[in-house]
Design a protein around this ligand. Structure first.
Ligand code: ARG
Length: 456
């Protein structure tokens, strides 16, 4: 096939080589960015007198028509084109004739593709941030409903101290808030325009890069043309932020999976977000949560893939860089899908507060509070810790729990015990005494919710 870039070469490229070289199958999704970028470029060329205003007008109208026809489905991508940039230019020239060939003045595909992908990822970053805000909002709502619902908090997956379910959910809200912040940082560095860097060295035409940048919603321009066409940091950074986000979603999913097991039975996921087994009639599987956990590996892989692609590249553009797209597109698509199932799954899950309480009641998770009681009566913490440990061992040997141990037995361990010990180890009291900032008391959870709501 004769190429738009035929000139230096005249022999035709091999068909298989064409397929290998082409990126239109995956970069066609950037058609809006490509066309709006070209419209801004045409307008700048006209404004600066590099082409006439009438020519600029024809280019812009032609591009507008292509955009509309692609949106409506009237126009289909020609997969024999090398990429979306070639396709749009070819279609434009077919529609408006010779003047179409002026669009590529003072520009290269190198700065064009860098522009398109920045604009595309900027939109995706905003969309993901919006989804993330919705998830954090849902977590706040559920935490509000369960700010006094007691469950065991774990360390080493061993029952540790009583906490509230609201407190537990707000821990995830805090992580996601940092993810949101990271996406914001990333967007700020991403939002600089590379258009006008041209192939690598800038251009001899009297262009106005800032005019184009402003028109396309950028905060500024890339200040070195080699860097502008070579930089893919923003995509790496985005995937880094998305990997951390997925790590959080995966940990949360793991807990949802554990909690939905019969052994825990702390929650029941809505039928809408579970599946049955094809053979075992009793099963209700948390597939969606498992898939989120599973897809985390895939997003990490996307990040590693681009980092590895870039590590040995000399400046400036190298065709290797075409490999930036599939991984970053996969990462954003995956994250968006995960968020779109996770939020309603959290919104609709049933919380089995009685099961949580039961689990909290029989695991000596108030033993720290027993020690603190003795400390308040004057015993040094280390000694109090030891006495409490002995009492726990006694209970285990006798098959009983702290709440049921008679006062005489307590007094056998230490004369400091009196009736008030039962109030001190009451789970509700254990929780409401944890008033330190960021602690699990109802008041602290309310403060956390208010803070997070304000942030989103
Ligand atoms: N399809 C190419 C890419 O995605 C566009 C840039 C091509 N530039 C070039 N000089 N071959 O990276």
């Amino acid at each position: 096939m004769q190429k738009m870039w035929a000139g230096r070469t005249s022999g035709e490229t091999d068909r298989i080589a064409d397929d290998f070289n082409s990126s239109i199958r995956f970069d066609s999704r950037m058609f809006r960015q490509d066309i709006t970028g070209s419209m801004a470029h045409a307008a700048m060329l006209g404004a600066k007198g590099i082409i006439t205003q009438s020519e600029a007008g024809q280019l812009i109208d032609g591009l507008q028509g292509i955009l509309e026809d692609l949106e409506s489905g009237k126009l289909r991508f020609d997969l024999s084109c090398e990429d979306i940039h070639m396709f749009v230019e070819q279609e434009l020239t077919a529609r408006i004739g010779e003047v179409g060939k002026k669009l590529h003045t003072a520009r290269s595909r190198n700065d064009q593709v860098a522009l398109d992908i920045r604009m595309y990822l900027r939109g995706e970053t905003d969309e993901i941030s919006g989804q993330l805000r919705a998830l954090v909002g849902t977590l706040c709502d559920r935490a509000e409903q369960h700010k006094a619902t007691i469950l065991p908090g774990y360390t080493h997956l061993q029952r540790a101290q009583p906490i509230t379910f609201g407190h537990h959910l707000m821990a995830y809200a805090m992580m996601l808030l940092r993810d949101l912040d990271r996406l914001g940082d990333c967007r700020r560095r991403m939002n600089l325009s590379p258009i006008g860097c041209c192939a690598l060295a800038g251009t001899t035409y009297n262009t106005d890069r800032r005019m184009e940048a402003e028109r396309l919603g950028f905060d500024g321009i890339c200040r070195n043309s080699l860097d502008g066409v070579s930089d893919r940091d923003f995509a790496v950074e985005l995937m880094g932020a998305l990997s951390i986000l997925m790590m959080h979603l995966s940990r949360f999913s793991e807990e949802l999976i554990l909690w939905s097991s019969w052994e825990f039975h702390f929650i029941e996921l809505s039928d809408a977000y579970t599946t049955g087994s094809s053979i075992m009639p009793q099963k209700k599987n948390p597939d969606m949560a498992e898939l989120i956990r599973g897809k985390t590996g895939r997003v990490y892989g996307d990040l590693l893939s681009l980092l590895t692609t870039l590590k040995g590249l000399p400046l400036a553009y190298n065709k290797d860089m075409q490999e930036d797209k599939e991984c970053v597109f996969d990462a954003v698509d995956t994250v968006k899908m995960c968020l779109s199932v996770l939020t309603p799954m959290i919104d609709t899950m049933q919380v089995c507060a009685d099961r949580m309480l039961q689990a909290a009641q029989n695991g000596f998770i108030n033993a720290t509070d027993l020690a603190d009681y003795l400390v308040r009566r004057g015993l040094p913490f280390r000694s109090a810790y030891k006495v409490s440990g002995q009492i726990v061992a006694h209970c285990i040997a006798q098959g009983t729990v702290l709440e049921k141990l008679p006062l005489e037995t307590y007094r056998g361990f230490s004369p400091l015990f009196d009736e008030a010990v039962y109030e001190a180890i009451d789970l509700q009291a254990c929780v409401s005494r944890r008033i330190s900032e960021g602690g699990t008391s109802v008041q602290s959870v309310e403060e956390q919710i208010a803070y997070v709501r304000e942030q989103i």
